[in-house]
Each structure stands twice: as structure tokens, then as C-alpha cells.
Design a protein around this ligand. Structure first.
Ligand code: HEC
Length: 132
């Protein structure tokens, strides 16, 4: 193995270590992790004055709305089912895979997917029981 080869392998190992998720002691919570994201990306449309799809994600209301409300688009489907990401309509909206409406967050130019890390955060939040 040449020197460059060694270097490349060493770099790959370092990159792998850096990329590994550090196990966090606590599961993400709505208040600390999800709400700041949704206030930034979603509240402009999902607010008391203009509650698109009857969903209000204002400070302090988003958690209950998401975990207790059913979808207004598909009857019998809940927005967030703690522990069941595939069964959560919110997840389908974030991936843009619903048959009704657009993906979220939507923009003037259509839907925009949240960056991977943010999607992962929402996924982990739902999978770990959608903590308040
Ligand atoms: C530019 C306005 C806009 C933004 C920003 C936006 N939404 Fe929406 N949202 C809508 C509209 C309009 C609908 C209903 C039509 C549709 O689904 O496309 C909707 C529907 C939804 C629904 C379906 C509700 C139901 O009852 O089935 C969910 C869930 C949702 N949005 C979540 C979000 C989340 C989470 C974000 C941020 C990541 C977000 N939205 C950002 C306008 C917006």
C-alpha cells in the first residue's frame, strides 16, 4: 500500500467516526427540538389567523395539534402516531408522498423538502414516542 493509499484509508476512517451518530442520552422532544424547526418552516401558514388545513403550529399549540388531531385530508389517519413513523401523516407530508395536496413545507414554487438532518430529527422524534 502506498502512502497516499494509507492516507486515504485513514481519512475514510476518520470521516466514518465523525459521521457516526453520537448516542444522545435523551430522545428529542417537541418543545426543545421540533417546535423551533416548525415555527421557522411552517408557522407562516399554520397559524391561528391562517390555519391551513386547520393545523395550527403556533408556540405551545403544535404538539397537541399534531399528536391529537386527525388529518383533514384523509379520514381516520392521524398526523402523528407515536412510535409509528410510517403511520404518521405528517411524515408523508414531509416526504411529499401524499396523494392529496403537496409536500410540506410548501412554497410559492411548490413543495420543498426539509434537509436530511431535519427529516431525521422528526423521524427520531416520532420513533422515540413523540415526546412533548
Ligand atoms: C406556504 C404555506 C405552508 C407552509 C409553509 C407549510 N404548510 Fe402545511 N399546509 C399548507 C396547505 C395550504 C395545506 C393543505 C393543502 C396541502 O396539503 O397541500 C397544508 C397541509 C398540511 C398538513 C396536512 C394536514 C391534514 O389535516 O391532513 C400537514 C400535516 C402540514 N401541512 C404540515 C406542515 C409542516 C410540518 C410544515 C413545515 C415543515 C408546513 N406544513 C408548512 C400550507 C403550508
Amino acid at each position: 500500500m502506498g502512502r497516499t493509499r494509507y492516507l486515504a484509508v485513514a481519512l475514510a476512517v476518520v470521516a466514518l467516526i465523525v459521521a457516526l451518530p453520537t448516542p444522545s442520552a435523551q430522545p428529542p422532544s417537541y418543545a426543545a427540538d421540533i417546535e423551533p424547526l416548525f415555527l421557522k418552516e411552517c408557522q407562516s401558514c399554520h397559524t391561528l389567523d391562517t390555519p391551513k388545513a386547520d393545523l395550527i403550529l403556533d408556540p405551545g399549540t403544535g404538539f397537541r395539534a399534531l399528536t391529537e388531531q386527525g388529518s383533514t385530508q384523509v379520514t381516520g389517519v392521524r398526523l402523528v402516531v407515536p412510535g409509528d413513523v410510517e403511520g404518521s401523516y405528517l411524515w408523508a407530508k414531509l416526504l411529499g408522498t401524499t396523494e392529496i395536496g403537496k409536500g410540506m413545507p410548501r412554497t410559492l414554487f411548490g413543495a420543498r423538502r426539509l434537509p436530511r438532518e431535519q427529516l431525521d430529527l422528526v423521524r427520531t422524534w416520532i420513533e422515540t414516542g413523540a415526546q412533548p
